[in-house]
Design a binder for this molecule. Structure first.
Ligand code: ZN
Length: 350
């Protein structure tokens, strides 16, 4: 069984790229071709990014895609079609709602069923920043630039990668080029003519931005926990293990630290909410994400389901924010935040 069917992957890609015109294709999404609005034509190979539970001895933090290109049979090596237009190889993680990108030219002529790995911590970080760049030194000394990208930023990331190709930047220069175009940095770190910004400058600025976010956090946390009587909205747990979760991520243009954009959640339900295994719809009903659940089932990772999730699925959240009874405007803002969160570039379940 595959984690996400080709149809589901394609629907997810299309909902992340609302302005793209897709070509009809027998092999989609391995590969699919499309034109980005007024922009370039692109070829993209898309698989499901899943926890790498197959290989023993691998770090527990690894995720992967498994490359099987249609038409390549069981033969080795496999070939990506790289002719004429920019070509991308990527995965989509239904556990985080994040796309993971590799640089295709470093994986041309790969063995049949080859795995490409990705650090789980980077995918998780992208749920907060929306745009994470990692570099990995390959055999032979080349430095590959990998990216974890929120669906909301997918169009911009593809365009930025093509710009980097045109500029001919590779390795760490490419990593810096792409990071500087991230929504987080683009407004605050623009090189003046003749000025050289180093990768260290970029990293320093990112730490500073993330520090500001942490600094803002205590007030948001205090307000949100008070609204829920210091109880998890899902299970009612207190025990001083509560987090204030953002409903719309802070990197999103509509993300905010207003109290209607918060949910008090215990550690378990916060992680399930951020990883998109659990969704709360605009009617405040707890739902599960079928794509994420099928990945967990395939990897034998559903332990604890019966106690942690099942009792709450299909029911309204147990604890509602105190403004739900008193402030219609805030309640509407809260509901539309939940609606946006459950839609986020992710195709609606079939
Ligand atoms: Zn809970």
């Amino acid at each position: 069984m595959v984690a996400m069917t080709s149809e589901r992957l394609l629907a997810t890609l299309k909902s992340a790229l609302p302005s793209a015109m897709f070509e009809p294709s027998e092999t989609a999404p391995k590969p699919v071709e499309f034109t980005l609005g007024d922009g370039p034509k692109v070829r993209l190979y898309l698989w499901t990014t899943t926890p790498d539970a197959s290989a023993t001895g691998r770090p527990p933090d690894e995720y992967k895609i498994q490359i099987i290109i249609p038409g390549c049979g069981g033969g080795s090596p496999q070939h990506f079609d790289l002719a004429n237009i920019p070509t991308f190889v990527c995965g989509f993680s239904p556990l985080f709602g994040i796309f993971t990108f590799w640089e295709v030219q470093y994986h041309q002529d790969c063995a049949y069923s080859k795995n490409l790995q990705f650090k789980g911590s980077m995918i998780e970080a992208a749920t907060i920043s929306g745009w994470e760049i990692d570099t990995r030194k390959l055999h032979g000394g080349a430095v590959e630039v990998r990216a974890a990208i929120h669906p909301n930023n997918l169009d911009k990331f593809i365009r930025t990668s093509i710009e980097a190709d045109t500029a001919g930047v590779v390795g760490e220069d490419r990593a810096k080029f792409i990071l500087l175009k991230s929504p987080e940095l683009e407004q605050v770190l623009t090189p003046k003519p003749g000025e050289v910004i180093t990768l260290e400058d970029v990293e320093r600025k990112r730490v500073e931005i993330q520090g500001t976010r942490l600094h803002r956090h205590p007030k948001f946390r205090k307000n949100v926990l008070a609204l829920y009587g210091n109880k998890c909205a899902i299970c009612g747990v207190q025990l001083s293990i509560l987090d204030a979760a953002h409903i719309i991520p802070v990197h999103h243009p509509k993300g905010s630290d207003d109290d209607w954009n918060g949910l008090a959640l215990c550690k378990n339900h916060h992680a399930l909410f951020d990883s998109r295994v659990m969704i709360i719809d605009a009617d405040l009903v707890v739902q599960t994400n079928p794509d994420a659940v099928s990945v967990l089932a395939e990897k034998n990772l559903l332990g604890g389901w019966d106690t942690t999730l099942k009792p709450f699925v299909g029911k309204t959240i147990q604890i509602q924010p105190t403004f739900a009874a008193t402030d219609k405007v805030k309640l509407e803002a809260f509901k539309s935040a939940l609606k946006l969160n459950s839609a986020f570039g992710i195709a609606a379940p079939d």
